[in-house]
Design a protein around this ligand. Structure first.
Ligand code: NAP
Length: 299
């Protein structure tokens, strides 16, 4: 049997996916050999120019996630290296989680669960979720799925993105203006240089003392120190956070706050979606090895 091509695995993957990769490749987890033809990573993986340069035989970077902000696309493009991700199959789950985090914050679901588990019963009053003004930052696949869910709660839905979309929801020119008019700011845009810490102290101040921030995008979108400060001072009312600046590190102060719901970057973490993502990773790698068009190519 011919030698299998070399693949560098740079993130933890489900055992089924690893087994499927091992049927197709010699999988390396430590030091990748110069003969490495493929990298497989997750949405938070870093594939920078230095790594790409170290691997002269590299042909494809397959990301098991939709976000690829850790991949140096310019360096990959310069070498003609293909980059794939797993869009669409995770959209509904991430949107469901955004709505779940929002409801959990407004209705104190996690905080009151803690009270009941501690033997308590009389709990502080929560705040109504229905009828609130929802602002969505990034109206792509996930942002639109969030908007469709959010409008069923009877409030207004508004959004901002790089460009206005042909949708019924009103477009607001930038995130500061969006934070100013909405009660709930939900982040659903990619990470990267353009969005780094776009939610800063000024944006949080505009969101205001009744405002809630929900982040299912990337931790890099938020100035995390400013967020903690805004929650401490009451500049905003609460937050639901699935993604953090320095995962898996979570600021200790956030863990003490009952107005905050913490989530371990689990937007796509359902049995169904992780299975579909794994199938798409393999479909991309198989298509590449067979010289066929890639099902979901970024590059
Ligand atoms: P998408 O379809 O590409 O949508 C991205 C949206 O963000 C687009 O509307 C885009 O606007 C907007 N956008 C991009 N850069 C922007 C900027 N600088 N300012 C304002 N808006 C900007 O992506 P998606 O599939 O919805 O995924 C969105 C992100 O969710 C991913 O990149 C990933 O980081 C995150 N995610 C998180 C999880 C999780 O587990 N929590 C899971 C999956 C994905 P235009 O259309 O105008 O360009």
């Amino acid at each position: 049997m011919a030698d299998l091509p070399d693949l560098y695995l740079i993130a933890d993957m489900a055992p089924d996916l690893v087994a499927a990769l091992e049927q197709r490749f010699t999988v390396h987890r430590g030091d990748p050999p110069a003969t490495t033809r493929a990298i497989c990573g997750g949405g938070s993986s870093v594939v920078d120019a230095a790594l790409i340069e170290r691997l002269p035989a590299l042909e494809i970077i397959a990301i098991n996630g939709v976000g690829y902000d850790g991949v140096d696309l310019d360096a990959a493009k310069a070498r003609g290296i293909r980059v794939t991700n797993t869009p669409d199959v995770l959209t509904d789950d991430v949107a469901d989680l955004a709505i779940g985090l929002w409801l959990a914050v407004e209705r104190r679901i996690a905080a009151n669960d803690t009270i009941v588990r501690g033997g308590g019963w009389n709990v502080p009053l929560a705040r109504r979720a229905s009828g609130r003004k929802i602002g969505i930052f990034g109206l792509g696949r996930i942002g639109q799925a969030i908007a469709r869910r959010a409008e069923s709660f009877g409030g207004d839905v508004l959004y901002t993105a790089r460009s206005e979309k042909p949708v019924a929801w009103p477009f607001v020119p930038d995130i500061a203006a969006l934070a100013d008019v909405c009660d709930v700011l939900i982040l659903a845009a990619p990470g990267g240089a353009d969005t780094r810490e776009i939610v800063d102290a000024a944006v949080l101040k505009k969101l205001g003392p009744g405002g809630v921030l929900i982040n299912v995008a990337r931790g890099s979108l938020v100035d995390q120190l400013a967020l903690v400060a805004a929650l401490v001072s009451g500049d905003i009312a609460g937050a639901g956070i699935d993604v953090f600046a320095d995962e898996p590190e979570v600021p200790d102060l956030l863990k003490t706050m009952s107005q905050v719901v913490l989530s371990p970057h689990q937007g796509s973490a359902t049995v169904e979606t992780r299975g579909a993502m794994a199938a798409l990773v393999l479909a991309n790698l198989d298509a590449h090895l067979a010289g066929k068009p890639l099902p979901s190519a970024v590059l």
